[in-house]
Design a protein around this ligand. Structure first.
Ligand SMILES: Nc1ncnc2c1ncn2[C@@H]1O[C@H](COP(=O)(O)OP(=O)(O)O)[C@@H](O)[C@H]1O
Ligand SMILES: O=C(O)C1=C[C@@H](OP(=O)(O)O)[C@@H](O)[C@H](O)C1
Ligand SMILES: [Mg+2]
Length: 164
Protein backbone atom coordinates (compact mmCIF):
# COMPACT_ATOMS: atom_id res chain seq x y z
CA UNK A 1 0.00 0.00 0.00
CA UNK A 2 1.36 3.37 -1.02
CA UNK A 3 1.70 6.38 1.24
CA UNK A 4 -0.17 9.63 0.69
CA UNK A 5 2.24 12.55 0.93
CA UNK A 6 0.86 16.06 1.41
CA UNK A 7 3.04 18.95 0.25
CA UNK A 8 2.45 22.69 -0.02
CA UNK A 9 3.09 26.08 1.47
CA UNK A 10 3.11 26.63 5.23
CA UNK A 11 -0.51 26.95 6.43
CA UNK A 12 -1.96 25.47 3.24
CA UNK A 13 -3.64 22.80 5.40
CA UNK A 14 -1.30 19.78 5.23
CA UNK A 15 -1.51 18.91 8.94
CA UNK A 16 -5.22 19.60 9.42
CA UNK A 17 -6.44 18.09 6.17
CA UNK A 18 -4.08 15.16 6.72
CA UNK A 19 -5.83 14.57 10.04
CA UNK A 20 -9.36 14.60 8.56
CA UNK A 21 -8.28 12.48 5.60
CA UNK A 22 -6.83 9.89 7.99
CA UNK A 23 -10.14 9.75 9.89
CA UNK A 24 -12.07 9.22 6.68
CA UNK A 25 -9.94 6.58 4.96
CA UNK A 26 -8.53 4.98 8.09
CA UNK A 27 -4.88 5.53 7.20
CA UNK A 28 -2.63 6.52 10.11
CA UNK A 29 -1.41 10.11 9.96
CA UNK A 30 2.24 10.97 10.52
CA UNK A 31 2.84 14.70 10.66
CA UNK A 32 6.53 15.00 9.76
CA UNK A 33 7.04 18.09 11.95
CA UNK A 34 5.35 16.53 14.98
CA UNK A 35 7.29 13.30 14.44
CA UNK A 36 10.56 15.25 14.37
CA UNK A 37 9.62 17.20 17.50
CA UNK A 38 8.75 14.00 19.37
CA UNK A 39 11.93 12.20 18.31
CA UNK A 40 14.15 15.17 19.15
CA UNK A 41 12.14 16.19 22.19
CA UNK A 42 12.35 19.81 21.04
CA UNK A 43 9.99 22.19 19.32
CA UNK A 44 10.76 23.38 15.81
CA UNK A 45 11.00 27.07 16.67
CA UNK A 46 13.67 26.24 19.30
CA UNK A 47 15.61 24.14 16.80
CA UNK A 48 15.54 27.08 14.36
CA UNK A 49 16.67 29.60 16.96
CA UNK A 50 19.25 27.45 18.79
CA UNK A 51 20.68 25.24 16.05
CA UNK A 52 19.64 27.00 12.86
CA UNK A 53 17.62 26.16 9.78
CA UNK A 54 20.35 24.02 8.24
CA UNK A 55 20.30 21.64 11.21
CA UNK A 56 16.50 21.52 11.04
CA UNK A 57 16.75 20.55 7.34
CA UNK A 58 19.12 17.69 8.18
CA UNK A 59 16.71 16.38 10.80
CA UNK A 60 13.80 16.84 8.41
CA UNK A 61 15.49 14.59 5.84
CA UNK A 62 16.48 12.02 8.46
CA UNK A 63 12.88 11.63 9.64
CA UNK A 64 11.36 11.73 6.15
CA UNK A 65 13.58 8.72 5.39
CA UNK A 66 12.21 6.93 8.48
CA UNK A 67 8.61 7.75 7.61
CA UNK A 68 9.02 6.67 3.99
CA UNK A 69 9.94 3.20 5.18
CA UNK A 70 6.38 2.79 6.43
CA UNK A 71 3.50 1.74 4.20
CA UNK A 72 -0.12 2.81 3.90
CA UNK A 73 0.24 6.02 5.89
CA UNK A 74 -0.45 9.70 5.33
CA UNK A 75 2.62 11.92 5.65
CA UNK A 76 1.95 15.63 6.20
CA UNK A 77 5.27 17.19 5.33
CA UNK A 78 6.59 20.58 6.40
CA UNK A 79 6.32 23.29 3.74
CA UNK A 80 10.06 23.22 3.07
CA UNK A 81 10.31 19.51 2.27
CA UNK A 82 10.52 20.39 -1.43
CA UNK A 83 13.72 22.36 -0.91
CA UNK A 84 15.79 19.17 -1.26
CA UNK A 85 15.17 16.93 -4.25
CA UNK A 86 16.52 14.08 -2.13
CA UNK A 87 13.47 14.40 0.16
CA UNK A 88 11.05 14.10 -2.72
CA UNK A 89 12.90 11.17 -4.27
CA UNK A 90 12.61 9.34 -0.96
CA UNK A 91 8.93 10.21 -0.49
CA UNK A 92 8.03 9.22 -4.06
CA UNK A 93 9.58 5.77 -3.78
CA UNK A 94 6.49 4.58 -2.00
CA UNK A 95 4.15 7.55 -2.08
CA UNK A 96 1.68 9.57 -4.11
CA UNK A 97 2.45 13.26 -3.72
CA UNK A 98 -0.55 15.55 -3.29
CA UNK A 99 0.05 19.30 -3.55
CA UNK A 100 -2.50 21.28 -1.54
CA UNK A 101 -2.72 24.55 -3.38
CA UNK A 102 -4.17 27.32 -1.21
CA UNK A 103 -4.47 31.00 -2.11
CA UNK A 104 -1.78 33.17 -0.56
CA UNK A 105 -4.51 35.52 0.68
CA UNK A 106 -6.01 32.68 2.77
CA UNK A 107 -2.57 31.61 4.02
CA UNK A 108 -1.85 35.17 5.21
CA UNK A 109 -4.93 35.13 7.45
CA UNK A 110 -3.84 32.12 9.53
CA UNK A 111 -1.97 32.23 12.84
CA UNK A 112 1.77 31.78 12.20
CA UNK A 113 3.11 31.93 15.78
CA UNK A 114 4.76 28.52 15.52
CA UNK A 115 6.24 29.07 12.08
CA UNK A 116 9.73 30.53 12.54
CA UNK A 117 10.08 31.35 8.84
CA UNK A 118 6.92 33.44 8.96
CA UNK A 119 7.89 35.69 11.86
CA UNK A 120 8.07 38.30 9.15
CA UNK A 121 4.73 37.85 7.43
CA UNK A 122 6.13 39.32 4.21
CA UNK A 123 8.24 36.19 3.89
CA UNK A 124 5.18 34.25 2.69
CA UNK A 125 5.33 35.81 -0.76
CA UNK A 126 9.07 35.15 -0.97
CA UNK A 127 8.66 31.48 0.00
CA UNK A 128 5.80 31.15 -2.49
CA UNK A 129 7.91 32.58 -5.31
CA UNK A 130 10.81 30.29 -4.44
CA UNK A 131 8.73 27.16 -4.13
CA UNK A 132 5.64 27.25 -6.31
CA UNK A 133 7.36 25.65 -9.32
CA UNK A 134 8.73 22.90 -7.08
CA UNK A 135 5.33 22.09 -5.57
CA UNK A 136 3.84 21.86 -9.05
CA UNK A 137 6.71 19.84 -10.48
CA UNK A 138 6.75 17.24 -7.71
CA UNK A 139 2.97 16.83 -7.45
CA UNK A 140 1.32 13.67 -8.72
CA UNK A 141 -2.00 15.31 -7.91
CA UNK A 142 -2.86 18.99 -7.35
CA UNK A 143 -5.84 19.80 -5.14
CA UNK A 144 -7.14 23.34 -4.69
CA UNK A 145 -7.80 24.06 -1.04
CA UNK A 146 -10.48 26.67 -1.61
CA UNK A 147 -13.53 25.20 0.14
CA UNK A 148 -14.43 23.70 3.50
CA UNK A 149 -12.27 20.81 4.68
CA UNK A 150 -14.90 18.13 4.12
CA UNK A 151 -15.04 19.04 0.46
CA UNK A 152 -11.26 19.07 0.17
CA UNK A 153 -10.91 15.66 1.83
CA UNK A 154 -13.47 14.22 -0.62
CA UNK A 155 -11.61 15.82 -3.53
CA UNK A 156 -8.41 14.12 -2.43
CA UNK A 157 -10.12 10.74 -2.05
CA UNK A 158 -11.64 11.06 -5.54
CA UNK A 159 -8.31 12.05 -7.07
CA UNK A 160 -6.54 9.11 -5.40
CA UNK A 161 -8.98 6.48 -6.73
CA UNK A 162 -7.03 3.72 -8.44
CA UNK A 163 -3.65 5.21 -7.55
CA UNK A 164 -2.94 3.74 -4.10
N1 LIG B 1 -10.10 24.68 3.77
C1 LIG B 1 -9.86 25.24 4.96
N2 LIG B 1 -10.86 25.83 5.64
C2 LIG B 1 -10.65 26.40 6.84
N3 LIG B 1 -9.46 26.45 7.47
C3 LIG B 1 -8.43 25.86 6.85
C4 LIG B 1 -8.57 25.23 5.57
N4 LIG B 1 -7.37 24.73 5.22
C5 LIG B 1 -6.52 25.04 6.22
N5 LIG B 1 -7.15 25.70 7.20
C6 LIG B 1 -6.57 26.20 8.47
O1 LIG B 1 -5.30 26.76 8.21
C7 LIG B 1 -4.47 26.60 9.34
C8 LIG B 1 -3.15 26.05 8.92
O2 LIG B 1 -3.34 24.70 8.57
P1 LIG B 1 -2.25 23.58 8.82
O3 LIG B 1 -2.93 22.29 8.62
O4 LIG B 1 -1.53 23.83 10.10
O5 LIG B 1 -1.27 23.89 7.61
P2 LIG B 1 0.15 23.27 7.26
O6 LIG B 1 0.31 22.00 8.01
O7 LIG B 1 0.08 23.11 5.77
O8 LIG B 1 1.14 24.31 7.66
C9 LIG B 1 -5.22 25.72 10.35
O9 LIG B 1 -5.79 26.54 11.35
C10 LIG B 1 -6.31 25.10 9.49
O10 LIG B 1 -7.46 24.81 10.25
O1 LIG C 1 7.92 26.09 5.11
C1 LIG C 1 8.86 25.72 5.85
O2 LIG C 1 10.06 25.78 5.51
C2 LIG C 1 8.52 25.18 7.19
C3 LIG C 1 7.20 24.81 7.44
C4 LIG C 1 6.76 24.25 8.73
O3 LIG C 1 5.72 23.32 8.52
P1 LIG C 1 4.26 23.71 8.00
O4 LIG C 1 4.32 23.77 6.49
O5 LIG C 1 3.37 22.62 8.49
O6 LIG C 1 3.92 25.04 8.59
C5 LIG C 1 7.92 23.59 9.47
O7 LIG C 1 8.34 22.42 8.82
C6 LIG C 1 9.08 24.54 9.56
O8 LIG C 1 8.67 25.65 10.33
C7 LIG C 1 9.59 25.00 8.19
MG1 LIG D 1 1.88 21.38 9.33
Amino acid sequence: MKNIVLIGMPACGKSTIGYWLSKKIDYPLFDADKYLEEKENKIISDIFSNEGEEHFRELETKYLVELSEKEGIIISTGGGAVKKKENIDILKRNGIVVFLNREIADIYKENHENRPLLKDINNIQKLYDERIDLYRKYADIIIKNNDNMDVIVDRIIMALKGKL
